[in-house]
Design a protein around this ligand. Structure first.
Ligand code: AQP
Length: 339
């Protein structure tokens, strides 16, 4: 008999630096829309993931509050959604350990994020960086989440979550964990760096000019877009005409995601013109979309004690859901539960 799982959305963001336009378009801006969709919504600041690379403790605390502020500024309502930071719910780390015994080492070495972040010196990276996807599977499956809205860069980790769930279910002969669906949609599933169209925009890129931060002011946004790497050719009338122009394609995709149009609706307006015309239009649009969010974030950041209170309350609600699921996992695995 097929097990049916109640619809539940889970997603997380690392407090590993200031949030970028990539985080916003690929993930954050979609979160509020799931509230009231009939699915329970659970959103998490994943601080245990962030520490897989060194974080200054004071900055980690600040960034954790800032990501929470960004969730709320983007419309996540803590009275509706469960909003918390991962390390306050011990079930994430516990289930990750159990999954470390299910997942295979070879699966972890194949992850492109590990290869990118560990670089040439992988022997010297933290063990946590290698095991990251096992913790991510625990984040999702501790809630029996059925769907996860993420950017395209997380697709491989989501597939690994499905593999862990399927192997657990197979090894223990029961359909205990759902096979979670990735929700990767829209024209900005992978926003690329403003300096290099082959690299994704990332909060941990050493070059600040490579990204737009959610805390950048209007002048900084305009300046970064003006300096974004492009080419000298005029824009074509259709998106197909940008096949070999990754930087141009990226800017058009960003425009489309911000305006809610498709690239093919936008390009006829700029056909035959160069970036001298396109970039100021993009900057104006980016500022108009981001400025209200930046303002709301800074309002929330004005009361850090209130953010901490919200995260604590969210952690209590999260624990109520995760605890029985992790307890049952242990029981299925043969561990005595006598207290
Ligand atoms: N460039 C991007 N385009 C679209 N979506 C993106 N996301 C990240 N970068 C882009 C999505 O944002 C969510 C949160 O990501 P994360 O904080 O868990 O870590 P990440 O994917 O590793 O993002 P960063 O910004 O590159 O962080 P660092 O530099 O610390 O590794 C996810 O849904 C992600 O897909």
């Amino acid at each position: 008999m097929q097990t049916t799982f109640q619809p539940r959305i889970f997603s997380g963001i690392q407090p590993s630096g200031g949030l970028t336009l990539g985080n916003y378009l690929g993930a954050l801006r979609r979160f509020a829309g799931f509230q009231g969709s009939g699915a329970e919504t659970i959103y998490c600041v994943v601080d245990l993931h962030a520490i897989t690379v060194w974080q200054d403790p004071e900055k980690l605390r600040h960034n954790t509050r800032e990501v929470a502020a960004a969730f709320m500024a983007a419309g996540v309502d803590p009275a509706i959604s469960v909003l918390f930071n991962q390390s306050q719910v011990s079930q994430h780390a516990e289930l990750a350990w159990l999954f470390n015994t299910v997942a295979r080492v070879g699966w972890m070495y194949r992850m492109t994020q590990f290869k990118d972040k560990a670089g040439k010196n992988s022997e010297n990276s933290s063990l946590g960086l290698l095991a990251y996807p096992s913790l991510m599977a625990a984040d999702i499956l501790a809630y029996h989440a059925t769907a996860v809205p993420v950017g395209d860069d997380q697709k491989q980790h989501l597939e690994l979550t499905r593999d862990i769930a399927a192997k657990f279910n197979h090894d223990y002969g029961q359909e205990f964990f759902p096979i979670t669906e990735p929700l990767i949609e829209g024209s900005a599933t992978r926003v690329m760096s403003l300096r290099d169209g082959s690299k994704k925009m990332s909060k941990s890129d050493p070059s600040d000019a490579s990204r737009i931060n959610l805390t950048d002011d209007a002048d900084t946004i305009a300046q970064k877009i003006r300096k974004a790497r492009t080419d000298a050719d005029p824009l074509p009338g259709t998106f197909d005409g940008l096949a070999d122009r990754p930087e141009a394609r990226n800017l058009v995709n960003i425009y489309a995601a911000l305006s809610g149009e498709t690239p093919d609706q936008i390009l006829p307006r700029f056909e035959g013109q160069g970036f001298g015309a396109f970039k100021p239009a993009l900057a104006e649009l980016a500022v108009s979309v981001l400025a209200p969010i930046t303002t709301r974030m800074s309002d929330f950041m004005g009361d850090p004690a209130e953010i901490d209170r919200i995260l604590g309350k969210g952690a209590d609600r999260a624990t109520e859901i995760a605890q029985p699921i992790v307890e049952k996992t242990k029981e299925i695995m043969g561990m005595i539960r006598s207290r």
